[in-house]
Design a protein around this ligand. Structure first.
Ligand SMILES: CSC[C@@H](O)[C@@H](O)C(=O)COP(=O)(O)O
Length: 348
């Protein structure tokens, strides 16, 4: 079943190119660009034209298909050499969201056993399409499960954009709000603006407004007073990588919200698909946190807001320790308690 969701798809595959909703231009402009080469795909991921863990994975998967289609090899060994170079290149675009590596590996695995270049390309394309289709179903399921945690009239805080445009459709942390809307429930969403590049203000506020979900924008430093004054009942966030013990990397600022949730004794939920889990890492200390350019902090929309030469620290993500997380919502349901054990069960 699909919701009449009035939010455009962020990634569309034409068969020879990707039509990408350029998220850097939102909310001022709904602009689509066509990506035809693996270099264009890499650039779009690095520039945050496409962002959000599942959407990055989907785009990279189609990027691999473009690379496969462009490979000028007739022999399968030679083809795989150039394919693997493109795969490593795409893998170097952003380090933290594990969905990128998961999607690249999934497409690669689907091509094993191909006897001809044509067959390999067809298998890659079918797998990339499947990754996107499955993500839509998975996000829908996350929304259904997450909604069981909320009641009509609740006020819920979120950060960054873990919404429809960060995935194939519906989003992860925002999915319950779309499902609630469909069921006629009113959940009030508070969106934290998410400095430095404002995914909350530009993207979450925009997409929830498009879908006529009740959304109020706050700046990041208003979170504590908003929880206190607006009777926030829960916090829900997305994830870029969840490791074996439940420690979770997500947009920088998430960790602070988890600490606030503990202070105010409200639940703190993480919503993410199984493709965001990385059980090869034991604790959050093992997660590589992307550091982005100083200019994201020293400038606003190209205008300098800090002195020349100032030292800047700009980690794009932080890690929330598992003991601050009330529950993790996946397509298979909600896990709580001993995350180490529960996460193992998810993958049985
Ligand atoms: C469903 S998206 C989940 C996460 O990727 C999201 O919360 C997030 O942190 C995105 O960061 P971004 O730097 O915008 O890619």
């Amino acid at each position: 079943m699909t919701v009449g969701l009035n939010v455009p798809r962020s990634v569309q595959w034409t068969g020879q190119s990707i039509i990408l909703l350029d998220q850097t231009k939102l909310p001022l402009e709904v602009y689509y660009k066509e990506l035809k080469t693996v270099t264009e795909v890499w650039n779009s991921i690095v520039a945050l034209e496409v962002r959000g863990a599942p959407a990055i994975g989907i785009t990279a998967a189609f990027g691999l298909v473009l690379a496969a289609q462009a490979a000028k090899a007739e022999e399968i060994e030679e083809f795989f050499q150039s394919f693997n170079t493109a795969k490593s290149y795409l893998a170097s675009s952003r380090p933290t969201a594990v969905n990128l590596f998961w999607a690249l590996n999934r497409v690669t695995a689907a091509m094993q056993g191909a006897l001809s270049v044509g067959e390999a390309i067809a298998l890659a394309e079918a797998e990339a399409i499947a990754i996107q289709q499955e993500d839509e179903e998975v996000c829908r399921a996350i929304g259904e499960h997450a909604l069981t945690l909320f009641n009509d009239g609740d006020a819920v805080l979120t950060i960054c954009n873990a919404g429809s445009i960060a995935t194939a459709r519906y989003g992860t942390a925002l999915a319950p709000f779309y499902v609630a809307k469909e069921k006629g429930l009113n959940i009030k969403v508070y969106a934290s603006e998410t400095r430095p590049v404002l995914q909350g203000a530009r993207l979450t506020a925009w997409e929830l407004q498009q879908a006529e979900v009740d959304v109020t924008l706050i700046t990041d430093n208003m979170a504590a007073s908003t929880i206190a004054s607006k009777s926030i009942t829960a916090i829900i966030v997305g994830a870029d990588r969840i490791v074996a013990n439940g420690d979770t990397a997500n947009k920088v600022g998430t960790f602070g919200l988890a600490i606030l949730a503990k202070h105010f004794e409200i639940p703190f939920y993480v919503a993410a698909p199984l493709s965001t889990f990385d059980v090869s890492l034991q604790t959050g200390a093992d997660i590589v946190i992307e550091e982005r350019s100083a200019e994201e902090v020293t400038h606003m929309q190209g205008v300098r807001t800090a002195p020349e030469g100032i030292a800047v620290y700009n980690p794009a993500f932080d890690v929330t320790p598992h003991h601050l997380i009330t529950g993790i919502i996946t397509e298979k349901g909600i896990i709580r308690g001993d995350f180490e054990v529960e996460i193992k069960h998810l993958f049985l």
